[in-house]
Design a protein around this ligand. Structure first.
Ligand code: HEC
Length: 187
């Protein structure tokens, strides 16, 4: 923060002196006012931007994501790393759109089909990797995979992008692996 402020400050001082030279009639207080407003804006930007990208404390502490974690992306068993930022974004999406029915990984309207790892694995086809979770969100199917499931919330592409549903799936998968008490089927 210090470095990034010093540079604009130098620029500002230079243009401030330049402005005074070219417009000797401009009241000094007016120019100072503009300079202060600019600086306040810069400081605000400086403080606001890093805060936005802050890792989620639950993801950090309870899902144990200190560095990118490898998650299985399809049924071939291939993996790719997901960063704490991606998983934190997934958590936010989950809270906005899924938590009402799936608080703590449970499924309130149908408790037996929770988001626990065991239950996800037991579905046909298994829902324990990124691609199969994404496929489920795009078109929810019954637990045995034979018909459409109407109880869950379908996520069309017009609502969440491919990257967003992948982040959301990464959060669910990591929570199913690590989240304390995640996906209870009886309560
Ligand atoms: C209105 C309540 C509701 C909302 C909101 C909801 N779900 Fe569901 N979800 C359900 C129900 C009910 C089921 C079980 C469906 C069935 O009968 O097969 C389910 C099942 C699932 C399953 C399959 C679980 C398994 O073990 O096979 C996944 C994955 C899932 N939901 C993800 C999501 C995601 C992601 C969101 C947010 C975008 C979401 N759900 C929002 C009600 C909901």
């Amino acid at each position: 923060m210090q470095l990034s402020l010093i540079i604009p400050l130098r620029h500002l001082t230079r243009s401030f002196n330049g402005l005074l030279r070219s417009h000797p009639t401009l009241p000094k207080s007016w120019i100072t006012g503009v300079a202060i407003a600019l600086l306040t804006g810069l400081t605000w930007l400086n403080l606001a931007l890093p805060a936005q990208a802050a890792p989620d404390p639950y993801v950090l502490r309870y899902l144990d994501v200190n560095e990118p974690v490898e998650l299985t992306i399809d049924d071939s068993g291939a993996t790719r790393p997901f960063s704490i930022e991606e998983i934190s974004k997934g958590k936010r999406l989950f809270e906005d759109s899924c938590k009402n029915c799936h608080v703590g990984g449970a499924t309130l309207p149908n408790p037996l089909i929770s988001l626990s790892l065991e239950t996800l694995k037991g579905a046909t086809p298994p829902r324990d990797n990124i691609a199969s979770l994404v496929a489920y969100m795009r078109e929810p199917l019954s637990y045995d995979g034979t018909e459409e499931a109407f109880g869950c919330r379908q996520v069309p592409e017009s609502w969440l992008s491919q990257t967003e549903v992948e982040n959301l799936s990464a959060f669910i998968l990591r929570a199913a692996q690590k989240g304390p008490g995640w996906g209870a089927t009886s309560f």
